[in-house]
Ligand binder design. Structure first.
Ligand code: NAI
Length: 400
């Protein structure tokens, strides 16, 4: 019998009884976090009546470079592709090694076109806002295009000079000489596949609304088109189940499609967070908004994430390698643990996912927290990464 996650005809994941799941432990604080996370996930899987998972540790990052001569060995990419669902710790971006970013390389190679960031406050965790309980959103950020496509050239380079000349001669556009220039590609294909994923999620979760976040007032043909394509897709492919905000009434039971200009959206998330549920947006907007929302629920140490493509998903902590705390058993494993919970949900093991989330919430609720949360609270002595993981694991084991 196979132990590999497969795909159903509708594109959903089919989980075997005893799946094998690749894990990239990661650099910096990665090993500390994984040591704390693994028992939590195993306890929840066991407690919810599933057979144990086999973790397949695959090399990437500094250790892979030392041991195999490559930051991202091809066999690692093969394993991630073959097994479809994986968990990943943070990876150091090698400076001056000719590698732009390992994370970007993984996303590109596997065409993980959507970055998912659920943002929900855990009672007891410190927050800089007065009503963090009103926040329950999930961001779907386009991962492959926009100004992040890597299409930019330095000032005064031959490429830039050619572009500036082309713009002047063929397009009648004036660009100041010696400017650096970047391109912002946004396609209907990539925008729609991202929005489609967000729409399917919103419908499956019975979310009340989906908001397209864009700067279409200024960038009409890129961000403005993102908005247009979003409404178009909702109407053409999900017309029976969705309704644009302009047509919705208080009695509407359909998923309401809204759009907001990005700067307004930042304000909305602070002033009226309970009016928003699923958010779909281009790359740059998503990058900014993801961290801004994470801050409202206690910071990056508690924000889970996933990078998702068609039939493939990698669940990962949203923070970096925090080199200052590497090997000190100090960092918060919450983000990796909650990313693991999201992974369990994708595997169809919702009960196990809930066990993890409830146990994390209860642990934080009893003020067992790592340094990053403790310093935002009063008179709390922080616990180690290991102790936090153990506290969560014990709670899961004791659940009826
Ligand atoms: P970072 O996320 O590592 O650190 C930012 C701040 O948050 C630091 O003060 C750090 O100590 C703190 N922090 C991060 N994770 C924490 C945790 N779990 N518990 C408690 N505190 C935590 O970002 P930075 O410093 O910009 O990047 C460091 C390295 O990580 C770089 O090489 C960068 O390329 C890489 N990185 C990797 C990412 C990934 O693998 N997905 C994402 C972001 C950065």
């Amino acid at each position: 019998m196979t132990n590999i996650v497969t795909l159903g005809v509708d594109g959903t994941f089919i989980t075997p009884e005893k799946p094998t799941l690749p894990v990239i432990v990661g650099d910096g604080i990665g090993p500390d976090l994984w040591r704390a996370t693994r028992p939590v996930l195993e306890a929840a899987i066991d407690r919810s009546g599933h057979a144990p998972v086999t973790w397949l540790e695959v090399p990437a990052g500094l250790k892979a470079k030392e041991e195999r001569g490559s930051f991202l060995p091809p066999e690692t990419l093969d394993a991630l592709r073959e097994h479809r669902i994986s968990l990943k710790g943070p990876l150091n971006t090698p400076v001056g090694e000719g590698v732009r970013s390992l994370n970007v390389a993984i996303r590109r190679e596997l065409d993980l076109y959507a970055c998912l960031r659920p943002v929900k406050w855990i009672p007891g965790s410190p927050s800089p806002v007065r009503h963090p309980e009103k926040m329950d959103m999930i961001i779907f950020r386009e991962n492959t295009e926009d100004v992040y496509a890597g299409l930019e050239w330095p000032a005064a380079s031959p490429e830039t000079n050619q572009l500036i000349n082309f713009a002047r001669e063929k397009l009648g556009a004036t660009i100041r000489p010696h400017s650096a220039v970047g391109l912002k590609p946004m396609s209907e294909f990539s925008s729609k596949r991202l929005i489609r994923l967000a729409l399917k999620w919103a419908l499956a979760k019975k979310a009340p609304n989906l908001t397209l976040v864009h700067k279409g007032n200024i960038m009409k043909f890129t961000e403005g088109a993102f908005r247009t394509w979003g409404y178009e897709l909702a109407r053409d492919e999900f017309g029976n189940q969705t309704i644009p905000e302009s047509e919705a009434t208080a009695a509407s039971s359909k998923l309401i499609i809204k759009d907001r200009i990005a700067d307004n959206m930042f304000m909305q998330t602070l002033l009226r967070p309970d009016e928003y549920s699923v958010l779909a947006m281009p790359n740059l907007n998503g990058d900014y908004l993801s961290d801004a929302l994470a801050a409202q629920i206690g910071g990056l140490g508690l924000a889970p994430g996933a990078n998702v493509g068609d039939g493939l998903a990698i669940f990962e902590a949203t923070h970096g390698t925090a080199p200052r705390y590497a090997g000190q058993d100090k960092a918060n494993p919450g983000s990796l643990i909650l990313s693991g919970a999201l992974m369990l949900e994708f595997l169809g093991w919702g009960e196990a996912a809930d066990l993890v989330r409830v146990a994390v919430a209860e642990t934080i609720g009893t003020k067992i927290v790592t340094y990053d949360l403790a310093r935002q609270m009063e008179n709390i002595t922080p616990v180690s990464t290991t102790t936090f993981g153990q506290a969560v694991t014990e709670r899961i084991r004791k659940k009826n």
